[in-house]
Design a protein around this ligand. Structure first.
Ligand SMILES: Nc1ncnc2c1ncn2[C@@H]1O[C@H](COP(=O)(O)OP(=O)(O)OP(=O)(O)O)[C@@H](O)[C@H]1O
Ligand SMILES: O=C(O)c1ccc[n+]([C@@H]2O[C@H](COP(=O)([O-])O)[C@@H](O)[C@H]2O)c1
Length: 221
């Protein structure tokens, strides 16, 4: 991993006698919303995570045929939304890596960077975990991190459980039930495009950024 990338990663505590738990909340975050923040906070508490990295994907693997906002805009909104929580850290790690963003690459780099007393926990919602068998090198991914799968309205977590159980891959998945927020980035984009208010679906700071930069003014953007 180039040294510039290493500098993008925060230090955890330096006590070699204790274990540190690092959460990674990956997403497109186009834009980030309260569903993402609640998911990460509930995961942090349930698994006693020391820090959660919010990692906007540079070039999301499953959205190659879709228009996605500039990574710098998605990162800037992530910084704004996470600023108030000392246990959250907005990371440029994936937006600064060229090429299609694969989680297995990220986790491999994090594993190489952090010492063995740092455990990795990759956080997803029920919809994302549903497709995990189709993720790039799912088998290696399973060996690099524990997965945290949170409930999400409209998605049946039991289907994901059954698929993963039948896969033959040794995933370590912790399933958590969280307060249901039926919020999605696409619904926020649609609201803005229709001239309607996304207020209380995401933070005031993110709303301010969307308006100031004229994001999502046309449908499908
Ligand atoms: N309301 C929610 N509740 C629980 N998990 C969520 C929620 N919204 C998003 N997530 C999870 O957050 C991660 C990142 O999601 P993403 O950035 O794709 O947002 P999205 O709202 O699903 O976007 P889009 O509507 O554009 O598909 C995924 O693991 C997803 O499952
Ligand atoms: O590595 C993969 O093949 C892969 C495929 C789909 C999604 N992911 C990751 O899952 C997270 C949620 O993705 P998305 O597209 O729902 O925003 C984000 O961190 C993505 O990089 C990863």
């Amino acid at each position: 991993m180039p040294s510039a990338s290493r500098r993008l990663l925060p230090a955890l505590g330096s006590d070699p006698a204790r274990t540190y738990r690092l959460g990674i909340m990956g997403g497109t975050f186009d834009p980030i919303h309260y569903g993402h923040l609640v998911t990460a906070e509930q995961a942090r508490e349930a698994l006693d995570l020391d820090l959660v990295l919010f990692m906007p994907a540079g070039s999301p693997a499953f959205k190659q045929d879709q228009r996605v906002s500039d990574p710098e805009d998605r990162y800037a909104m992530t910084v704004l939304a996470t600023a108030a929580n000392a246990a959250f850290y907005a990371s440029r790690f994936e937006i600064d890596r060229p090429g299609i963003t694969y989680t297995v690459d990220t986790l491999g780099d994090l594993r190489a960077h952090y010492p063995d007393n740092v455990e990795l926990y990759f956080i997803t919602g029920a919809d994302a975990i549903m497709d995990i068998l189709a993720w790039h090198d799912a088998e290696r991914l399973a060996s690099l991190a524990t997965l945290i799968a949170a409930t999400r309205p409209g998605y049946d977590i039991d289907t994901a459980k059954a698929r993963i159980a039948a896969s033959g891959i040794d995933f370590d998945v912790r399933y958590i039930e969280i307060p249901a927020l039926a919020i999605s980035s696409s619904s926020i984009r649609d609201l803005v495009a229709a001239g309607k208010s996304p207020r209380y679906l995401t933070s005031e700071s993110v709303m301010g950024y969307i308006h100031k930069n004229g994001l999502y003014l046309r449908e499908g953007e």
